[in-house]
Design a protein around this ligand. Sequence first.
Ligand SMILES: [Zn+2]
Length: 197
Amino acid sequence: MTIDPWRITGQPQIDSYVDRWVERAAHLVNALTVTAAHGRAVTPPASGGERLAAIDACLAAPSRLTPADADHLAEVAAELRDVFGAAGRLHAAAARLNDVLIRHRAVPNLHGDPPVLAFHAPDATLAGAWVADMATALAMVVGVGQGARLGLCQAGNCSRVFFDTTRNASRRFCDLSCQNRAKASAYRARRAARAPS
Ligand SMILES: [Zn+2]
């Protein structure tokens, strides 16, 4: 699989913002909401502490979140999951994102020194800021006609999501292990179809 740096706007700072926050949204959806992964049933973390541990593990760095923040992010991740694999129901995905953006007061503004463009209010909580930025980045992808890049794994018994940054938006699986699993199962199906009865 060739991964080319995919450029949504042609502006490196905006592109890196989109990459960073869409990737984070996909990580949180996978860590907090998925009930089947890589062919196996999985149980999503259920308490604030477990959720916090899952978030820190998937981001590979301890966050400054609290268990209550982790509970809040799990609720939002369940909403954001609807935006992935939604190529055939973009209006529903857009309505969902608009609702999350409004509830979390996402607003373009300049803050910091030197001023940088951010999409969360300056007084947002850390979790609230994450949500505003994730939802904004997802909206940027959907809003330029690239919603199909918000993918849902097509392998059997896997509901992990991913951000497809391939040049021709051709990615179908969450990772190589699911791609290999799907290939093997397609091969077995073809052999079974050819086998004399
Ligand atoms: Zn998968």
